[in-house]
Design a protein around this ligand. Structure first.
Ligand code: FAD
Ligand code: UDP
Length: 374
């Protein structure tokens, strides 16, 4: 009899959600993480009374009532609504693209005037089926918005020319003909009061967690402790890069503590011109309507990913997708290991999606187990 029902590699949202559900079914779990803290990329560090989102700004949003109710079981959410601003050469525009943006760009007041202006710009370009991001963006929003608010930001973010990027990236940007600056269309949105650590602590309550512990450095020891591993680390690393390394985009965060109460008046300001090397400045206190006397800002610099750096955005191009498929095909034939989460599935997952995925996977696995145990 092995000491644990599950050894869960990774104390991020996927691992913590899975562990929580397994514990509820009476299963004994050990969660390990190579980092010195729990929470994976949603980890917050409290400095000067401000919750700093250490691995990038995280705003919770979902349409899934089940997931919303689930997270609200661990923390109360505030009324934060993401309404980023775009700074282009000192001019400020509202995001996502909406009537406020169109008014600032062209002084148009009604939706009809805005639509006419957009259509005029799009028609002269005469673009058929878009074959890259630039064409897709121009076809959606015309020249002015593309040049001022998309081109520079996108090329910095992805480190490639917009003509060399796939069209689908830009389909994520909503276009609205109302005066509504809410970045998301989802029904539920907010920031957990007290930060994301509260949710993670709640999920992992009563569960053994070992930090600074790398599964891959002691694989045999950990597989000896259980018959089932839940692995949420990078899938290519698990297989010693047998089919090559999966590529990512990375980010560098530069934090500054400022002796002033309010630096930019908004949590998120994007810098959309290419001459400024960072893509955005986050002022963390505004996520929680902070009234501290100081403030902490983070400048976000996109960068090429190299081994040893944090993996942030998967590069889901044809080469990497093919590599991932090789890994997935062997992973699917490994019944003792369940692969889940953004790194093991090589997928850009929002928080609500990763929770939904962990809830669904744990349900299937725990039910199968119950069936076998009867
Ligand atoms: P992770 O949080 O990465 O957890 C995996 C854990 O596994 C890590 O802690 C890692 O240390 C550990 N691990 C890996 N390998 C090993 C090993 N060998 N041994 C032991 N431990 C190991 N989502 C939103 O909904 N809203 C947002 O606003 C938002 N903003 C984001 C901003 C940025 C910059 C990024 C990159 C992502 C953002 N996300 C956002 C997505 C969100 O971060 C993810 O959905 C979520 O954190 C994924 O959880 P996970 O458990 O899959 O992965
Ligand atoms: N984007 C842009 N200008 C902006 C914000 C976003 O051109 O001010 C583009 C950019 O290509 C980015 C994509 O829209 O990669 C998706 O933006 P989103 O804010 O959803 O990205 P994320 O939060 O994942 O960084």
């Amino acid at each position: 009899m092995k000491p644990y029902d599950y050894v869960i590699v990774g104390a991020g949202l996927f691992g913590a959600t899975f562990a929580h559900q397994a514990k509820r079914k009476g299963k004994k779990c050990l969660v390990i993480d190579k980092r010195s803290h729990k929470g994976g990329n949603v980890f917050c560090k409290n400095e000067e009374g401000i919750n700093v989102h250490v691995y990038g700004a995280h705003i919770f949003h979902t349409n899934d009532k089940k997931v919303w109710d689930f997270v609200n079981g661990f923390a109360e959410f505030n009324r934060y609504t993401n309404s980023p601003l775009a700074n282009y050469k000192g001019e400020l525009y509202n995001l996502p693209f909406n009537m406020n943006t169109f008014y600032k760009l062209w002084q148009v007041i009604t939706p009809q005037e805005a639509q006419k202006k957009l259509q005029e710009q799009i028609a002269v370009l005469n673009i058929g089926e878009p074959s890259n991001l630039e064409e897709q963006a121009l076809k959606l929003v015309g020249t002015d918005i593309y040049e001022k608010l998309i081109k520079g930001y996108t090329e910095k973010q992805w480190g490639r020319k917009a003509v060399d990027l796939p069209a689908f990236i830009i389909k994520r940007l909503p276009l609205r003909f109302t005066y509504d600056n809410n970045y998301f269309n989802d029904k539920y949105q907010g920031i957990p009061i007290g930060g994301y650590n509260k949710i993670i602590d709640g999920l992992l309550e009563g569960i053994e967690v070992r930090l600074n512990t790398d599964f891959l450095k002691d694989r045999e020891f950990f597989t000896g402790l259980t018959d089932k591993i839940i692995y949420t680390g990078p899938i290519d690393e698990y297989y010693d890069f047998e089919f090559g390394m999966l590529e990512y985009r990375s980010l560098r965060f530069e934090n500054e503590l400022l002796q002033q109460q309010n630096y930019q008046g908004n949590a998120v300001v994007n810098y959309t011109e290419k001459e400024i090397p960072y893509t955005r400045i986050i002022e963390h206190k505004h996520f929680e309507f902070g009234t501290q006397s100081n403030t902490i800002i983070t400048k976000e610099y996109p960068s090429e990913w190299k081994p040893g750096m944090e993996q942030y955005y998967p590069v889901n191009d044809a080469v990497n997708e093919k590599r991932f498929k090789h890994y997935k095909s062997i992973a699917d034939n490994e019944p003792a290991v369940i692969f889940g989460g953004r790194l093991a599935e090589y997928k850009y997952y929002d928080m609500h999606q990763v929770i939904a995925s962990a809830l669904a996977k744990s349900k299937v696995i725990l039910q199968e187990l119950e069936f076998l145990e009867v």
